[in-house]
Design a protein around this ligand. Structure first.
Ligand code: IPE
Ligand code: IPE
Ligand code: MG
Length: 230
């Protein structure tokens, strides 16, 4: 129905293209990842300043463990650094920070930071930033199914409540930067009716202007949810 709110409540992003961004500049992939972290700050500010309540970012997949050990440890190190620096910053901005994924793989210090983020930012009302780290859509569904085992008459609501995104609206928009046209195991259940935008821009180059163009396009889109236009 055209009368539906046309502004998104939840934007999710597959932040792809850091490695290629660095390669183009003859620099190590790690430099691309560092540059990508700066884009996170920029885009989070852009999203929340536009009054959009939820931003979910795919930072490290359950499959990314298969990269060279040096890149994996670099990404884990960047994640830890990001948390250390940004927990106080996000508290200052009244933003709630959630880490979605299998946190059991993290070292003790990272786990403490993840818990600290939850304890100190839980319930803050300026917006919700979800960082998906060691996240996989299939692993999330398997975890949910296991948590519901023994229960009968399971509903969509039950399954939805057993996901990491419990209580959050589904993403209205899923953006993938970096030019690939695939979902790569991201929010498999939640993206059932998301508007999906594949953009060629590499994540470190992604800007608030490009985000605005996507939001404008989304606002003009007829979301039918299987029905027909009026
Ligand atoms: C960042 O982009 C996403 C992560 C998995 C950390 P990539 O590291 O996949 O960059 P490309 O796709 O190789 O350019
Ligand atoms: C998707 O990017 C995962 C993240 C952005 C964290 P990948 O670079 O891992 O995906 P593929 O390998 O191109 O599918
Ligand atoms: Mg990639």
């Amino acid at each position: 129905m055209k009368s539906e709110a046309r502004y998104p409540s939840h934007i999710a992003v597959i932040m792809d293209g850091n490695g290629r961004w660095a390669k183009k500049r003859h620099m190590p992939r790690s430099v691309g990842h560092m540059e990508g972290v700066k884009t996170i700050d920029r885009i989070a500010d852009a999203v929340f300043s536009r009054g959009i309540g939820y931003l979910t970012l795919f930072a490290f997949s359950t499959e990314n463990w298969g990269r060279p050990a040096s890149e994996v440890s670099g990404l884990l190190g960047l994640f830890k650094k990001y948390l250390k620096k940004n927990i106080p910053v996000l508290i200052g901005k009244n933003i709630c920070l959630n880490i979605l994924g299998d946190v059991s793989a993290f070292d003790e210090e990272t786990l403490e930071l993840v818990n600290e983020a939850y304890e100190k930012t839980h319930g803050l009302g300026g917006g919700v930033l979800n960082i998906c780290f060691n996240y996989g859509g299939r692993a999330e569904l398997v975890r949910a199914v296991n948590s519901l085992s023994g229960k009968t008459g399971i509903t969509e609501r039950d399954l939805s409540d057993a996901l990491y995104t419990r209580g959050m609206p589904d993403p209205d928009i899923v953006i993938r930067t970096g030019g690939e046209h695939r979902i790569s195991n991201f929010l498999l259940y939640q993206s059932a009716y998301s508007e999906i935008y594949f953009v060629d821009t590499l994540w470190p180059d992604f800007s608030g202007d490009e985000l605005d163009k996507i939001i404008a396009d989304y606002s003009a889109t007829d979301r039918r949810f299987g029905k027909i236009s009026e």
